[in-house]
Write a protein that binds this ligand. Structure first.
Ligand SMILES: Nc1ncnc2c1ncn2[C@@H]1O[C@H](COP(=O)(O)OP(=O)(O)OP(=O)(O)O)[C@@H](O)[C@H]1O
Length: 246
């Protein structure tokens, strides 16, 4: 059901940004081209699959004004004034197309799986994010790792990684562990290497190829990493199997 608009079509000017549904069942991001007064028709342009398309609207029902998210979108979606499902997804899409796969929603990091490795997880990035307060630098998994590592001085920390199959949970877990290993102040690399190398070993027992993911975990994973004075001590890994049969 479309919601009645808070404004009339005639109130919209050329260049204004709107959300509209031309009957496709979801909102599209459009830009007003013109309002034709005698015919009472609003002409709107929307870019669909990279191609500009023109729509003629005769009713303002379901129309909403849309925030201009700029070239790179907004890196913390708490700042969205136009808060709805379409604007969240639109922001993530704009950013994804600019290879900005991470976006904050406050202290939550949203990651969009790029299915290709960007050069953004090196030691230079570890150094950049080390000791930085969450939100001071662009969104990144290492910022989450850094917040957790810094927070250890006060109390135990938890990083919850969730998402649908193939969304990148396992890779993200490994990257957070990689960050923790890189900032770990241990004089010996042995425990660090053992912890990092536990993942591929365990994957060989518990992963399988599915239609969604060539390397799909067939179990839930709970990792506990123990530190003493900021040095890796050991890791406990618990698996829980539930309805992972697809
Ligand atoms: N940050 C990333 N950069 C590049 N590629 C990634 C990233 N995260 C995930 N991928 C790619 O996506 C694939 C699926 O990711 P992953 O196995 O982490 O998903 P998952 O959420 O753990 O899935 P499942 O729940 O099925 O185990 C990886 O094999 C990798 O190719």
């Amino acid at each position: 059901m479309t919601t009645p608009a808070a404004f009339a079509l005639s109130e919209l000017n050329k260049g204004e940004l709107i959300w509209f549904d031309p009957g496709v069942g979801h909102a599209l991001p459009g830009e007003v081209l013109e309002y034709h007064k005698p015919a009472q028709v609003l002409t709107v342009q929307a870019v669909i699959a990279g191609k500009p398309q023109i729509f003629s609207l005769t009713s303002a029902n379901g129309l909403k004004r849309r925030q201009d998210l700029g070239q790179n979108g907004i890196d913390d979606m708490i700042q969205l004034t136009d808060l709805n499902e379409a604007s969240l997804l639109w922001n993530l899409k704009i950013r994804y197309e600019k290879e900005l796969i991470y976006t904050y929603t406050g202290s939550i990091l949203v990651a969009v799986n790029p299915y290709k490795m960007y050069d953004m997880y090196g030691l230079d990035m570890v150094k950049k994010y080390e000791g930085q307060i969450l939100g001071t630098l662009p969104p990144h998994l290492f910022a989450i790792g850094s917040a957790a590592y810094s927070g250890l001085s006060k109390c135990n920390q938890a990083v919850v990684i969730s998402g649908e199959s193939g969304s990148g949970k396992t890779e993200s877990t490994k990257l957070v562990m990689q960050y923790l290993a890189a900032v770990n102040k241990s004089p010996s690399n042995l425990i660090t290497e053992q912890i990092l190398e536990a993942s591929p070993l365990l994957e060989s027992f518990g992963n399988a190829k599915t239609v969604r993911n060539d390397n799909s975990s067939r179990f839930g994973k709970y990792l506990e990493v123990y530190f003493k004075e900021y040095v890796f001590r050991c890791i406990s890994i618990f698996f829980f199997f539930f309805s992972f049969i697809h």
